[in-house]
Design a protein around this ligand. Structure first.
Ligand code: S3P
Length: 434
């Protein structure tokens, strides 16, 4: 699929973007491992979350739905999974493979995890190392890439692990293995990362302690089924926060958006750039903070992105780079080397597209320098990355001529219906298959 965008327009109206991807994955995983029936609403019906659903079905868990965002998971308990008949294919989903590696390390059966070309190029040593320290046996392909072969029947012991990088996937992987380990499993992180696993474990009645930056749990407990209402994904909302900020005349209300403090870097950074973003009706839904967000057009200025905001906005940088391209002056990002190992090398992919549109930029090992300017049009390569596709789509609001974006199929991994929703709000987008 390709996107074709005509230049100009504004973003006006009200919308609820699809459910949070991170929370959707975890709701299936913990629902499956709980005793009893978990009912999920607001579930993201995107390919990544559906890969997690398929994996648990392949391990004998009955899952009804999703139907209009409602999923019912018939939990089998921590020890109730059965051996899958074939390797589990997790498509494009890094969250699925890394979190599943942790919980499969504690099973009494062997398993194999794989995925698409992009996932098979992503580093898994970061989860293999702590799991091996816990007693797991995992074999990867060359360079510790998927497929991962995980041996069952390996007793795990709790460890105290200092994460070498700020990664919620690695943290969650170790904590999920810790459910199966003897004793206490603890992790410390170099910077706070999204804490949905910790919050949701507590929601399922499992004690997770968080003291002086050390997150720990004891193995051998049980999860009790619960109800989960998944908020709209701030990472999907981010495209429209930027879109409405950059397009003159815009006035947008995004409803029921998750504003977990470990995820709101995009709001903080845009506000530092001068954006007009107001949070309304703040409330708590199932242990996660939620708000309606009003955003209106405002002139943006370039900034040096504060390092502490980087892990809090890690998935939103492609969209933020478009904000920087439309801002007055220079934006500098450093300390974001993790962007190089996402669904694509997001620094290289965004730099290439920005250059195509005539925006001066300088690539750094761990970030980028972007000088705001006038956006032209052109043909953009997404490197099969959903967030690169959606970022350049919103860039059209400020472009001087047509933008064509190749290879947009993967938008469905996180944001099914992006083009229709964006069109309804004012983006002049058409999607072409074939
Ligand atoms: C995720 C954590 C982040 C993020 C990814 C989802 C999660 O990855 O980029 O999209 O659900 O735990 P890292 O933890 O590898 O930074």
């Amino acid at each position: 699929m390709e996107f074709k965008l005509q230049p100009g327009g504004d973003i006006t109206g009200e919308a609820r973007v699809p459910g949070d991807k991170s929370i959707s994955h975890r709701s299936i995983m913990l629902g499956a491992l709980a005793r009893g029936v978990t009912r999920i609403s607001g579930f993201l019906e995107g390919e990544d979350a559906l890969a997690t659903v398929a994996a648990f079905r392949a391990m004998g868990v009955r899952i009804d739905g999703p139907e209009e965002g409602v999923v019912t998971v018939h939990g089998v308990g921590l020890k109730g999974l059965s051996a899958p008949a074939a390797p589990l294919d997790l498509g494009n989903s890094g969250t699925s493979i890394r979190l599943l590696a942790g919980l499969l390390a504690g099973q009494s059966f062997d398993s194999e995890l794989t995925g698409d070309d992009s996932l098979r190029g992503r580093p898994m040593g970061r989860v293999m190392t702590p799991l091996t320290l816990m007693g797991a046996q995992i074999q990867g392909a060359a360079g510790d890439r998927p497929p991962l072969r995980i041996s069952g029947h390996r007793p795990l012991s709790g460890i105290r692990y200092d994460l070498p990088m700020a990664s919620a996937q690695v943290k969650s992987c170790v904590l999920l293995a810790g459910l199966y380990a003897s004793g206490t499993t603890s992790v410390t992180e170099p910077a706070p990362t999204r804490d949905h696993t910790e919050r949701m474990l507590r929601g399922f009645g499992y004690e997770v302690r968080c003291e002086d930056g050390v997150i720990s749990l004891d193995g051998g407990g049980a999860l009790a089924a619960t109800a989960i209402d998944v908020p709209a994904d701030i990472s999907s909302a981010a495209f429209f926060l930027v879109a409405a900020s950059i397009a003159p005349g815009s006035d947008l209300l995004l409803t029921h958006v998750g504003i977990n403090p470990t995820r709101i870097g995009v709001i903080n950074i845009l506000q530092l750039m001068g954006a007009d973003i107001v949070l309304r009706n703040q409330r708590e839904v199932g242990g996660e903070p939620v708000a309606d967000i009003r955003v209106r057009h405002a002139p943006l200025r370039g900034i040096e992105i504060p390092p502490e905001q980087v892990p809090l906005a890690i998935d939103e940088f492609p969209a933020l780079f478009i904000a920087a391209a439309c801002a007055e002056g220079r934006t500098v990002l450093r300390g974001a080397e993790e962007l190089r190992v996402k669904e694509s090398d997001r620094i290289a992919a965004m730099a290439e597209g920005l250059t195509t549109l005539g925006i001066a930029n300088q690539v750094l090992d761990d970030g980028i320098v972007i000088d705001g300017g006038t956006l032209g049009g052109g043909v953009i390569h997404t490197f099969h990355d959903h967030r690169i596709a959606m970022s350049f789509a919103i860039a059209a609001l400020r472009a001087e001529s047509e933008i064509r974006i190749l290879d947009c199929d993967n938008v469905a991994t996180s944001f099914p219906g992006f083009d229709a929703l964006a069109r309804g709000l004012g983006l002049q987008i058409s999607a072409m298959t074939g």
